[in-house]
Design a protein. Sequence first.
Length: 149
Amino acid sequence: MSNADGIVNDRRHPDFEPGNEAAVTHGARSPRKVEEMARGISAELLERFPVVADYPETLTALARVEGVTRLLFSEIVSKGVAAKESLITRYFTAENTGAKLRASLGMTPMSEAQVARDRAVATSAAVDVMGELMKQGRQTRAQQEREGE
């Protein structure tokens, strides 16, 4: 590499190879680090809450947010009182997003009860619809039998 005077500078650092982590601090902005953690977190969540398998997109979003949260928390702990306010703010933002996603998946006591109630209502409605269809079917069959006589 040469400077403005055309002098070659042989002290230039060699280009970084793809996939290097020289600039990574906490990793919360590194898609590779976050995805790596998210895979493990997804497995943990599926083991503890099997019903979340029905919502793969939300599960993936939660696992990513949890990964970011864990990476940020680890960095805050390592920095102690020297942790920057922006790092702490980012942590709480990620934690709040995670709380909303956990609630939407029924992973809190209140949301678990709400999801159970919603499923019961949906099941009851499905049973009502099936009952009505069966009643209409019986009526149709009876009418066809009367017309066939």
